[in-house]
Design a protein around this ligand. Sequence first.
Ligand SMILES: [Zn+2]
Ligand SMILES: [Zn+2]
Length: 632
Amino acid sequence: MIEETNKSKSNSIKPTRARRTTSKVGVKKENTTKRLKEDTKEKLRKSKNDNIEIENVKEEKKAPVKREKKTESIFAKSKLKVIPLGGLNEIGKNLTVLEYENEIIVVDCGLAFPEDEMLGVDIVIPDISYLEKNKDKVKALLITHGHEDHIGAVPYFLKKINCPVYGSKLSLGLINVKLQEHNLENSTKLVTIEPRKVLKFGKYFKVEFIRVTHSIADSMAIAITTPVGTVLHTGDFKVDYTPIDGGYMDLQRIAELGQQGVTLLLSDSTNVLRPGHTMSEKSVGKELERLFTNCNKRIIVATFASNVHRMQQIVNAAARFKRKVAVLGRSMVNVLGVSKELGYLDCPEDTIIDIDKINMYNPEQLVILCTGSQGEPMAALSRMSMGEHKKVQVTPDDMIIFSSSAIPGNEKSIGRVVDELEKLGAEVINNQIADVHVSGHACQEELKLMLSLVRPKYFMPAHGEYRFLKAHAQLAVETGVDKENVFIMENGRILEIGEKSAKMGQQVTSGIVLVDGLGVGDVGNIVLRDRQLLSENGMIIVVVSLDRKTARVVSGPDIVTRGFVYVRENEPLIEEIKDVARHELEKCEDQGIRDWATIKTRVREAMMKYIFTKTKRQPMILPILMDVDMDI
Ligand SMILES: [Zn+2]
Ligand SMILES: [Zn+2]
């Protein structure tokens, strides 16, 4: 039954221009690209806006006839390249490239948060050097939804590649906040899409956004029709039949596309290890109301800043129990502002109050909405737990709800915050005690539903660690996708899709770029290794003045240490280290060594050896030699 469906479906994919040709002449890729480039340039010269336009049905009919003669034999062998540049074998920095001939479309451009060992790094973004090299081909950046792992690197992308950004109203609203921070507002074209409306990019791509449900409003799947068939990228989704904002998932359209034939499906693997079905966001609202009922304490709710639906439910519960809501945390305030302005958050009048006004109300009249549900040390909730928050002091009159789940790796820091809050006498509720959180990602049954509606020819699990991708691949096979048509990819690997077959191709440059403050990519492995060394063992600087000609010590050595030992209590040790340095310098002088690099290495090594035997520590040692000209 399943096989039959598959067969009939692959037959039903409409033949395209490329497929109709029978020419077997092998054309070298480069030539094709070059010729096509020139061809396109010509067209661009004629009409500036030709490459990106909203589909015009009449024009559509005319256009291919002209092109056919010119291009038929050249395009006979063209393949669609699908290249994930981020998001696979990891959580975060999602970015997928679709390339056909001289045209590229990019789906999402997210960030990842740094690992513990990436000291001092603020965020991690995908390496887009492949796209930079092919800059002229990039027609558009399409955004599925406004989560950081999908939009966080957009400003960095736009600084290198200026192309229009397409997305839903809320996604673009959130991107706009970033553009303001990076001064990119005026140079960027943001285009708000409407679900189901088809957009045309260049010659080869037709794009349709399709509404899905997820933990942020206005989330979209994207269907991209190419000369080798349709690619459906689900973005992040769960199947919520009763969404908070009435933005129903367009399962009908997804099924319709499946009916017409989908060549490749990329689907969210985040929750693939969980059986069953994710609960509706609405269930959280009910639980919140239950907790608010008869509660005479102040209620503090920590949740993910971007979860506008959750925010809405907290506001609803507050309004229902006549409580005011104060908001804490920069990202929370940002998202609240944007979503209120764009109409995604419906706040009854006067519900939201300024945090400075909370002292005017009794505990039972207040809800504080804040960030820090992951135990982030700088977030509002952590500072409250340490008694370091200027505006909110936690007392036994507080009920604190973690309306969130622990992102793997954060359990320890969350535990610490909970401990501190309980020490202050507060009552802490989390999703182990009550159902105050549901996931935004599809569990197994929902993923199977997606696979069954779409019945793709090829399948690529997206968004997740390797074990997630593998489990999702297995699920796809169980729902009837041919085993050899399932591709577990890695970042940078090309999936080449032709008219009859698909295979994994070469690797392009991919990887991570570290952002530290204003520096993008200037922190590499060496810098990180140094930071690690410094953080573990500290640093010793040894300063010596030498005669330029004889390399004889004129003054010093002097020693400065940071993070190594407490100097006042270790003066004898510091003196001994100085002696070791002095002794080594004398030896160099005696042996007639004049090369400063050699002197530095010798001094460093002698000191290192001595310090290690004495302390079993390996601080970073920086010899600084200053030359003095004794003739002057
Ligand atoms: Zn998401
Ligand atoms: Zn995501």
